[in-house]
Ligand binder design. Sequence first.
Ligand code: SF4
Length: 121
Amino acid sequence: MEKILIVGCKKAMDDVCIGCSRCMVGFNRREGEFKRYAAHDAELIGLLNCGDCPGATIVTRLAQVKLWNQPMQEKVTRIHIGPCIIDHCPYKETLINKIKAKAGVEVVEGAHPYKPENIFA
Ligand code: SF4
């Protein structure tokens, strides 16, 4: 059973991508980068924001996720990086490298596939 943590941009999660519903829907439908779980048991166990620019607190925040979930014996087995970071974060390289260096689990770059296109077309 994969236990998935999605990491996203604090600014986007607070103000733009309301309710993180695109990642939730993408996971529930196993679309986008969640397609890989179509034939597997997988649960979403958290949506974590990066901690704000310039991403200095991400490692501590990952450690907090581990501690916060210990009483329920829940442990992250895979991390997905949201498109809010992949497509827009000016610090993404540092942020993603830190996550990859410290997480100890596979890190997948990508999540939901519902990026807006041709808004006024
Ligand atoms: S560091 Fe990147 S992901 Fe985090 S709030 Fe700033 S722009 Fe968003």
